[in-house]
Design a protein around this ligand. Structure first.
Ligand code: ATP
Ligand code: MG
Length: 252
């Protein structure tokens, strides 16, 4: 049995919370948070660090944000996504129209290259697209942001679960380390766990907590298979350079 390898998360403070070395290679990590909690910034930061610091190209699949908006929103943090695309270190796949069209049809297109066109939306096509883009640039990291939008396509719970299982399987056989983002439905400590949490190898929660009369952003690693991690909520901030976690500070 060979020793486990790890990937730098690119988020200052997070590797320390994870035991010092980052995310176990080939894991599928779920990043769950409320609106504006920083899920997109978090996942782009993960891809950016891989592409710029470690020679690990990445694929980003956007399900809810048009690519122009994504690029515009990420550039103040210093994430030049155009440059990475030109250098062949990043591929952005836009399936965002999924939310605007009736069930049974959608448009899937690739940023800046060509239009795949309107087609019946199937997870099968998304899985094919994952395979193709990963092999095209030799990707080692992949993000689907957010996966909760895809689930809207499948109102029936058991069908939704099967589709998610298939997606996670497709990510696993892609040979990449993956990150899925999702909306965090309950915020309290007593909340019900979501199906994606059971399915993923690791879960990172981005929550808002109340301390005295203040609201504090808190990051909590609630699960990371095979690793002894710090499960305490730790404060994080969204700064001019992206997300930063403070592994020695307490929230509660
Ligand atoms: N320079 C900055 N400093 C501090 N906060 C910032 C900065 N730039 C953006 N933000 C905050 O980051 C948040 C947006 O982050 P992001 O888009 O990653 O969140 P998200 O969880 O993906 O949101 P959504 O649920 O809408 O997809 C916003 O709440 C915004 O106020
Ligand atoms: Mg987002």
């Amino acid at each position: 049995m060979s020793a486990r390898e790890f990937l730098d998360t690119g988020i200052p403070g997070l590797n320390e919370i994870l035991g010092g070395r980052g995310i176990p290679k080939y894991h599928t990590i779920l990043v769950a948070g409320g609106p504006g909690s920083g899920k997109t910034t978090f996942s782009i930061q993960f891809l950016y660090a891989g592409a710029t610091l470690h020679g690990e190209p990445g694929v980003y699949i956007s399900t809810d944000e048009a690519i122009d908006h994504l690029k515009m929103n990420m550039s103040p943090f210093g994430f030049d996504l155009d440059k990475l695309e030109k250098e062949g270190k990043l591929t952005i796949v836009d399936i965002s129209p999924v939310r605007y069209v009736a069930p049974g049809s959608t448009a899937m297109r690739r940023a800046g290259t060509f239009d795949i066109g309107r087609k019946d939306f199937e997870m099968r096509k998304l899985r094919q697209e994952i395979r193709r883009t990963v092999s095209e640039i030799g990707a080692q990291r992949i993000v689907v942001d957010p996966v909760s939008i895809l689930q809207l396509r499948y109102p029936e719970e058991s069908q939704r679960h099967y589709e998610l299982i298939d997606l996670v399987q497709a990510l696993a056989i892609s040979g990449c380390t993956s990150m899925l983002t999702t909306e965090l439905l309950g915020t309290g400590l007593e909340r019900e766990h979501q199906f994606e949490e059971y399915l993923s190898h690791g879960v990172i929660l981005l929550r808002t907590m109340i301390k005295g009369d203040r609201l504090i952003r808190a990051l909590q690693v609630s699960k990371m298979r095979g690793l002894n991690v710090d499960v305490e909520p730790r404060p994080y901030r969204i700064t001019d350079t992206g997300i930063e976690v403070y592994p020695k500070e307490k929230v509660l």
